[in-house]
Each structure stands twice: as structure tokens, then as C-alpha cells.
Design a protein around this ligand. Structure first.
Ligand code: HEC
Length: 108
């Protein structure tokens, strides 16, 4: 019993450290880190998909572009940056996708 309690306290301690670090990051970045985006995108370098920096340079951050790009994250997209299509993310809701786009469009 005592051991379990100590283990629990340790876990709580570690997760609060992790959460504290996460809290410094914008909500959209946290969502990106939790998702599969990093398999194909990085902030500064082209990988399978364009870098976030290149996306931010192409699209000014306004509500029209945020809606457009959030829709592409959910439904998938192709033909804008090359021949490779982006996989759809149907499990993501519009609000989450928009948070991610808002963050992406701030990457310089
Ligand atoms: C399987 C690889 C892959 C994954 C995973 C992926 N992307 Fe992409 N992404 C691409 C490719 C390839 C393109 C370029 C598509 C095109 O040319 O229209 C792209 C394009 C984009 C664009 C620009 C769309 C446009 O029309 O200009 C955004 C924004 C984006 N991705 C965000 C994300 C986010 C956020 C995630 C995670 C939820 C993600 N991507 C996951 C491959 C991926």
C-alpha cells in the first residue's frame, strides 16, 4: 500500500513537470506534437510535406486561410506543393485543426 502511494506521487510529480513544459508551448504546437504531423513536416525543412516556415510564407494568417488549411488537414490535400498528397485526419475536429494552422502560420 505504502509503495503504491509513493509510486503514485512520483507519477504525479513527473507528469506535472512534463505538463509545465508543455504549457509554455502554444496550444496548436502541442496538438501538432501529439499528432502524426512530424512524420512528414518539420518547422524549417521540407520533408515529405512542406516546412511550416514555407507554409507560413505562402499564406498570410487570416481567417480565410485558417479555414482553408484546417479543412485540408481534416480532409487531406494535394497538388499545391507537389505530387505527394497529404493524408486526411478525419478524427480531428475543426477547432483543433484551426489551432494547429494558427501556430503553423506563425513559424518564421
Ligand atoms: C503522410 C505525410 C503527412 C502527414 C502525416 C501530414 N502532412 Fe501535411 N502535408 C503533406 C504533404 C505531402 C503536403 C503537400 C500537399 C499538397 O501539395 O497539396 C502537406 C501540406 C500541408 C499543409 C499545407 C496545405 C496547402 O494546401 O498548402 C498544411 C497546413 C499541413 N500539411 C499541415 C499538417 C498538419 C497540421 C499535420 C498533422 C495533423 C499534417 N500536415 C500531417 C504530408 C503530410
Amino acid at each position: 500500500m505504502k509503495h503504491k502511494l509513493i509510486a503514485l506521487l512520483l507519477c504525479a510529480g513527473i507528469s506535472s513537470i512534463v505538463n509545465a513544459q508543455d504549457k509554455d508551448e502554444p496550444a496548436g504546437k502541442q496538438l501538432i506534437l501529439k499528432s502524426d504531423c512530424k512524420a512528414c513536416h518539420t518547422e524549417k525543412n521540407k520533408l515529405v510535406g512542406p516546412s511550416y516556415k514555407d507554409i507560413a510564407a505562402k499564406y498570410p494568417s487570416n481567417s480565410k486561410n485558417i479555414t482553408l488549411l484546417a479543412g485540408k488537414i481534416i480532409k487531406g490535400g494535394s497538388g499545391v506543393w507537389g505530387q505527394i498528397p497529404m493524408a486526411p485526419h478525419p478524427q480531428m475536429n475543426k477547432k483543433e485543426a484551426e489551432e494547429m494552422v494558427k501556430y503553423i502560420l506563425t513559424v518564421k
